[in-house]
Design a protein around this ligand. Sequence first.
Ligand code: DGL
Length: 258
Amino acid sequence: MQKTEEISRPIGVFDSGVGGVSTLRKLHEMLPNEDFLFYGDSKNAPYGSKSQEDVYLLSKDIVEYFKQKDVKAIVIACNTATSAAKERLTKEYPELPIIGIEPALKEAGDNNEQNILVMGTKLTMKLPKYQKMVNEYSDTRHIISLPSPGLAEYIESGMHDDEALKGLLQNLLASYANVPFDGVVLGCTHYPFVAEAIQSCFRSNIAIHTGYEGVANRLKKLLAGLGLSSNRRDEGSVSFDSSSHDSIQYYEKMFQTR
Ligand code: DGL
C-alpha cells in the first residue's frame, strides 16, 4: 500500500452505545485532520452488567467489523470493554494498534486530589485491571469506587426524564453527601453526558475527570510513532454506525451537543 493511502485510512472508535460519542468529540477536536468511524453497539448495551467473556466476544465482533472497514487504529471508547477485552484483543490482532479509555485516576492523582470518588460500571470495577489501578493510588489517596447501575442505561435510552435522573443520582450518591471529595472520576463514557447533574450533587468546585485528554494524547502519540498521522490540512470526516440502526440519529445529535 502507498504511504498516503495507508495514513488516510479512518480510525475506528467504539462503545457499547452513545457514551463513546463523548470521547469521539474530544478525539475529533484534538486530531481534527483524521477521519473517524464510530460504532455503537446499542443493541447489546449495557455492557456493564454482562460477563467479561460476553463483553470480550462483542468487542471482538466490532474489531472484525473495523478490520473490514480497513481502519488504521482502534480506540475503545468504553471503560468496560477496555477492562474486559483490550489485553486479549491486542494479542489477537498484533497488526492493529488498539488503545482504550480508562478511568482517569491518574489525572485526579496528578491534580493532587486526596479524596476521589470513581463512578463506573459493575464489570469495570470488579475486574483486575481496575483493582490494580486503585491499589496503586490507595497508599496516598482515599478512593471510593461506586458502581453505578442504571446510569448508563438512562443515558443510552435518550435522557428524557430529569426527575428520574435526579432520583437515580440521589440513590447512588446520598450516602456520600458528607464526604469532602476533591474530585469525581467518570469511569464510564456515558456519564459525561450528565456531568452537570453529577456535579450539582457536590460542592460547586469539585473537579470532574473524564479521561478524554489521556486517550486522545495516547492516540496522537501512537499514530505519530507509527508514521500514520494524517497529513491532510482540511477537516477529517466523522461517520456513525450501530448494531441498532435507530440509534445513529441519537449519536449524531449527541456529537453536536456541546
Ligand atoms: N460506556 C461504557 C463504559 O465506558 C459502558 C456502559 C455500559 O454499556 O454499561 O464503561
